[in-house]
Ligand binder design. Structure first.
Ligand code: CU
Length: 193
């Protein structure tokens, strides 16, 4: 910490001290390693999957009449509800959460909201799906367990990624972005048959 002003007022013309230059060098190399790890894990590690994000137009968010009352999830919620209404095969739990069987079109829909992932999906092993995700309120994190797949889910954006299940079983979805008092209960489920 400097208590007094530097004796040389034009301090930025002073030569860089050796240890300082060394630390700058170490930081630069480390930053470069981290930078190239991102594409590396995408290609070699098959992580950091490619996803697409589409902004849901403001008109579709119900913002036209009164922007202050805009409900960002409206259009997406309608799409998910239509999908649920057409493809529900059974209901689960005390609250009757719909279990939706993926259609042959390959498009599957899920939404995040305070505090659940809706609906429960049933997929088939070996089939390819275009998975659509959005949030009705705040930022949520879609984390598929026990695989290492994580997607940030933003309100007002529709996230889409391709998925081909390679194993049958029951998979859990947890929220990995802290979203309030019910965050730890924000769970979802996907069956693969
Ligand atoms: Cu959440």
């Amino acid at each position: 910490m400097a208590i007094f002003p530097p004796s040389e007022k034009v301090w930025w013309n002073e030569p860089v001290e050796r240890t300082e230059a060394l630390w700058i060098g170490i930081c630069l190399v480390w930053a470069m390693i981290l930078f190239f790890m991102m594409p590396y894990w995408h290609i070699v590690g098959q992580q950091n999957l490619s996803n697409e994000a589409y902004k849901i137009p403001l008109a579709d968010q119900g913002a036209e009449s009164d922007p202050s009352q805009r409900f960002v999830g409206e259009a997406y919620e309608a799409k998910v509800e239509a999908y649920v209404a057409a493809n529900t095969i059974r209901e689960e739990g005390d609250t009757g959460i719909p279990v939706v069987k993926a259609t042959d079109s390959g498009d599957v829909y899920m939404l995040g909201r305070l505090w659940d992932w809706y609906p429960i999906l049933e997929l088939e092993k070996g089939k390819s799906y275009r998975f659509h995700l959005s949030s009705l309120d705040w930022l949520h994190g879609w984390s598929l367990q026990p695989t290492n797949i994580n997607i940030q889910v933003h309100p007002g954006y529709e996230m889409i990624f391709n998925v081909t299940p390679t194993e049958t079983g029951e998979f859990g979805v947890v929220c990995n972005e802290f979203c309030g008092i019910g965050h730890h209960n924000m769970l979802g489920k996907i069956y693969v048959k």
